[in-house]
Write a protein that binds this ligand. Sequence first.
Ligand code: MRU
Length: 343
Amino acid sequence: MPQELRAVHWTGSGLALIDQTRLPHRTETVDVRDVDTLVDAIRRLVVRGAPAIGAAGGYGVALALLQGEREGWTDGEVLRAISRIRGARPTAVNLMVSVDRVAARLPHGLTAVLAEAAAIQREDVEANRSMGAYGADWLIERVAVDRPLRVLTHCNTGALATAGWGTALGVIRELHARGRLEIVYADETRPLLQGSRLTAWELTQEGIPHYVQADGAAAGTILRGAVDAAIVGADRIAANGDTANKVGTVGVALACSYARIPFLVAAPTTTVDLSTATGDDIHIELRDQTEVLEWGGLRTAPAGSPGHNPAFDVTPGRLVTGLVTERGVLEVSTGELPGQRLR
Ligand code: MRU
């Protein structure tokens, strides 16, 4: 992905979001100038990935302020609009953290609000770069083989999902840059195909060798010894290391545990929610049934079959071999818990 392409970009008067529902076939941008459009964009996954929706939410506070000025809103109406942005999706804690951080600057006016939103974006790119280096160092040392690594990933955690570079995909990009990557198995990521549409698109842009595989292939690929390590992102990490990420992640973690290969989670500390004790307390978004009952707008399940569509699942901390943040790697499964190490 060219460096200048940003999933979330403040134009000076609004937000330009790459429309991730259209990729890989069309690269279109959605121009966002009001709160309703932003909330809709977050809900429909025009912008998605925990750090990217955090970045968009931060700028959303500025959008609410500007729209309030245009339309003569009261302070209460501005705050209600901000709280709608904050609640647009429930699982990724980055959205709430960013909105709250930027909203705290409201008394200082628009310039201060925009500066805070820009700082969140900048810090996220820096965190991703550090994570990339820590994660690559750890994997190379831990896997300790005399050949490039074969890794598996689930969902999309690249530049599209963040303010730039990527979390798990940032580690993968770093391995590639060091000449230490053989192949990436990219799970397609049902039902919305973030893996086959977005991760494969980013890997193609970077010239990184990869296969797209069905989610159901992941366990078999791992158990037949084709993978050295799995690396995924996160939407919220509880104090005990339990990790919410895209539905299907826990199956990957179980297969890694059975095969005794590392299961790595890469996420900035902004994704670690120390006020959430365990994964049981993480709100898992339930999305519209039609996403699993239809394909390309056509019904595939029998009429009358209801759908169950959790967008995320929770991987128990004891299955997380390593948690890579911008501060280094915690070996969660051996007791290096975020609640003790990241306070
Ligand atoms: O529903 P999505 O596409 O927003 O889900 C995204 C994921 O689950 C990612 O793995 C996670 O947000 C980390 S992105 C760096």
